[in-house]
Design a protein around this ligand. Structure first.
Ligand SMILES: NC(=O)c1ccc[n+]([C@@H]2O[C@H](COP(=O)([O-])OP(=O)(O)OC[C@H]3O[C@@H](n4cnc5c(N)ncnc54)[C@H](O)[C@@H]3O)[C@@H](O)[C@H]2O)c1
Ligand SMILES: [Zn+2]
Length: 367
């Protein structure tokens, strides 16, 4: 990791009907966390929620934030449950946290979602600050106020909207992120490019070695642009009734691939990688996306590295899983399709047969 060339952090405003807050992005910015929280009048009594892994690697950076014992939760998606939320409540109760307390979530998307949900519900809502430490969380999950946990019947079935009081993004913490986790986040960056910015897409395509080397000079503007895109979209549609759905680009087939493999084969971003290929294929066959743009997306995804295999997966089973997904409204599937790199539309007339054909085009097998 190269040290940050510029110490001036960038600030992106998020304005939704329920809240206004800033995303502050800068190399080494976590050292200034106390000042940033003080500036937004974040409650003085601060409770850190983090994971054991993140705290072991980066706890030192955050020691000065609070004298309270950090609340550490076990690592991984399988702990994104109500019982983990209950452990956070227990710790807050033990420490006699009252309405003058705030929660600082330091970790990946799991920590952010669980800690955010605990904050949303404890004493009917404590302020939360998000300090994301994975690339996925920095470009996506920390912004927008979606919090929640999984239920044995499905992912993210329990949750609440709870906008953070502040989001603080320090790309330096990504230096310790395993390569596969980093790459998984990078698919979400590519997603941002395809839905909103050809420039971002091209920046990723031409900067892969520097990105993988976690070169702050390349990472910073890339992350900042994604945060800006997410902030704009969330500002236009806080509750995902309209425009926010474009953030689901690549997620329809992606979620179905995760579900049919029981969440064991893919990192979420990897499934989104396939999902974007499926959407591009669909759009190309429909004549709304040029073959050149589809091939450009495919080339970038190939260049990013190998994805887990799909040749053994039944395309029909994936179509069935899509039909059970939350994105079906009144029996109609809403599919986000690219019309160019940087622009998408939402189609509500994609048929199961078309989807099956696209899944087979990206490598799944026939029944
Ligand atoms: N709220 C939203 O809008 C939203 C959006 C997208 C995803 N999500 C959720 O985010 C979760 C996925 O998040 P994720 O991909 O960050 O996974 P994660 O939180 O499980 O983190 C992945 C792994 O990286 C480790 N880690 C985190 N930071 C690290 C660092 N700096 N160095 C080394 N290791 C580090 C973690 O301990 C974990 O083992 C899912 O539960 C998903 O549902 C939420
Ligand atoms: Zn995603």
């Amino acid at each position: 990791m190269t040290p940050a060339a510029t110490s001036q952090p960038s600030r992106i405003s998020v304005r939704t009907p329920s809240a206004e807050y800033a995303v502050t992005i800068g190399g080494g910015i976590s050292a200034r966390l106390v000042g940033i929280l003080d500036d937004v009048r974040f409650p003085a009594r601060r409770f850190i929620v983090s994971s054991t892994t993140v705290w072991r690697l980066h706890g030192d950076r955050f020691q000065s934030l609070t004298a309270e014992e950090p609340i550490l939760i076990p690592d991984g998606e399988r702990f994104k449950t109500l019982s983990t939320v209950a452990r956070i409540y227990d710790a807050l109760v033990r420490a006699q946290a009252d309405r003058g307390a705030g929660v600082v979530a330091i970790g990946g998307g799991v920590v952010g979602d669980v800690a955010g949900f605990a904050a949303a519900t404890f004493l009917r809502g404590l302020p939360v600050a998000q300090v994301p430490t994975t690339l996925l969380a920095q470009v996506d999950s920390a912004i927008g106020g979606k919090t929640g946990v999984n239920h044995p019947a499905g992912k993210n079935l329990i949750g609440a909207f709870h906008q953070p009081a502040a989001v603080i993004v320090d790309p330096e913490v990504l230096g310790t992120l395993p390569r596969r986790e980093f790459r998984a986040g990078l698919y979400e960056v590519v997603k941002c490019g395809v839905i909103a910015s050809r420039l971002l897409f091209e920046r990723v395509a031409s900067g892969l070695p520097a990105l993988f080397a976690r070169d702050t000079a390349v990472l910073l503007p890339t992350i900042a642009e994604c945060c800006q895109i997410k902030a704009t979209v969330v500002g236009e549609d806080e509750r995902e009734s309209g425009r926010r759905r474009i953030l689901n680009f690549g997620h329809t087939a992606g979620h179905a691939l995760e579900a049919v493999t029981k969440y064991r084969r893919f990192r979420h971003g990897e499934a989104v990688g396939y999902g974007m290929l499926v959407a591009a294929e669909l759009a190309c066959v429909r004549g709304s996306l040029s073959a050149a743009d589809r091939d450009g997306l495919r080339a970038l995804i190939v260049a990013m590295g190998p994805l887990p295999p799909v040749a053994d997966l039944d395309a029909t089973e994936v179509v069935e899983a899509v039909a059970r997904d939350k994105k079906v409204i009144d029996g109609k599937l809403h599919y986000v399709l690219p019309v160019a790199i940087g622009e998408t539309v939402i189609a509500d007339d994609v048929t199961g047969a078309e989807l099956e054909q696209a899944l087979r085009a990206v490598g799944l097998r026939a029944r």
